[in-house]
Design a protein around this ligand. Sequence first.
Ligand code: SAJ
Length: 416
Amino acid sequence: LKICVIGLGYIGLPTAVMFAKYGLRVHGVDVNSEVVTSLIHNNPHINEPGLKEIVTDVIHRGLLTVSSEPEEANVFIIAVQTPINPDKTANLEYVKIAAENIVPFLKKGDLVILESTVPPRTVEDVLIPTLQRSKLEIGSELFIAYSPERVLPGKLFEELVTNDRIVGGINLLSSQKTADLYKHFVKGNIHITDAGTAEIVKLIENSYRDINIAFANELARIAEVIGIDIWQAIKLANSHPRVHVHNPGPGVGGHCIAVDPWFLVEKAPREAELITLARSINDSTPQRVIRMIETAVREINQPVITLLGLAFKGNIDDMRESPSLVIMNALIMKGYNVKVFDPLIKTAMEGKVTTLEEAARDSDCLVFLTDHDQFRTIDYSLIKDLLRTKMVLDMKNVTERNELTDLGITCIKIGS
Ligand code: SAJ
C-alpha cells in the first residue's frame, strides 16, 4: 500500500511520517521547494516534539520520499491549508489545486481523503467535481472520504494515536477503506459517518471552544466590573460535574479556533448569531488588553512596557495569529517603548531580549500574555530590584498575587 500526502504542513507532515513509521510507503508532496529541501536535509520546517527524530528515521529507512510532484499511489491524502479570505469566507484554492494535481495519477480502486478544515459540503461541491475529471466512477472506482485532523500542536504525536477519529465517506465502502487505513496507527475509536457530517463535526469542535473562550472573556469583563476574581470563580464552577468553562486571556490566536467558526457562519450567516458574536468578543480582547496596559502606565513618564510571551499559547513556539503580536504592534504604533521576551521563540525582532533579567531591567510594567510553564516558576525576589516600576499585568493567571504583593510588586490580573 502506498500513500501520497499532498501538503506537508502542520498536519500533512506528521500524518505522512506516522504512516511511514508504521511501515507504509509514503510520498509527501509540497509545492514549496524550501519545505521539500528542508526535509531532504533532515531539518523539518516545523517544530513539534518528536518530529525531527521520526522524519530522520523514516527517510533513512526509505519509507518516506518527498518532492514537489505527486506520484502514483493507492491512497491520496489532501492536507493543504484553507486560509480565510478578507471577507471571512474560506479560500479553497489550495484544495482545488491539490485535487487537480492528483487527477492524472488516479486509477481504479484508489482512495482520496481530505483532511483540511473546510466549510460543510466542500467534498460534494468542490472535491468530487474536480475528481470526476479522472473519468473514474465516483464511489465504485474511486473512493472519497473526509476525515478531519483534531490534534493539538505540541501534543501532536500523542493525539494522532490516542484521539478518536471521524471518518465521513461519500459511501460506506469509502468510509470502511478510510477507517482501515487510519487503523494502522489510531488507537482511539474510529467513528464512521457521511462526509457532510464529518465536515461540520470539525467546525463544531473549534466553534465550541471559541464560544466557550468568549464566554470566559465576557465573564472576565463582568468580574472586573463587580470586583471578584474570575479565575477562582471559574475553577470552582468547573467543580460541577457538567460544567467546563474555559479560561479568559488576551485573545484567541492560532490558525484554527479564530478561523474555523467563520466556515460555519459563511454557510448560514443569519442563523450563526452566537458564533459571530463569540468571534467579535474574542477579536476585541487584544484591544481591551491594550487599554488595560495604557491605563496601568498612564502616570509613568516614558514607560517601558515588557511583553512576556509571543507564542499564541503556552509551551509552543508558534506565533501564528498570536494576540501578543497585535498588542505589541499597537503599543509600538502608539509610540511606547516596548521590550518583548519569549524563551521559546527564536525569531529575531526589534525590542526582543533573550533573558528574563534583560526583560525585567528598567521595566515599568511586565505583561504576561502567554502561559509558558517557565513563567509560572519565576523567582520574583531575584528580579524585583531590576524593575523600575514594580508592576505586573497578568493576562494568563501565571502569577500568585499574594506572593507578588508581599514583595512590593503590584499585580493586576485580567478578570479580577
Ligand atoms: N485559549 C484561551 N482560553 C482557553 C483555551 C485557549 O484563551 O481556555 C486561547 C489560546 O491561548 C490560543 C487559542 O485560544 O490563543 C487557541 O488555542 P487552543 O489550545 O484552544 O487551540 P489550537 O488552535 O492549538 O488547537 C485547536 C484544537 N481544537 C480543540 O481543542 C477543539 C485542536 O484539537 C485542533 O486540532 C486544532 O484547533 C485544529 O487544528 O483545528
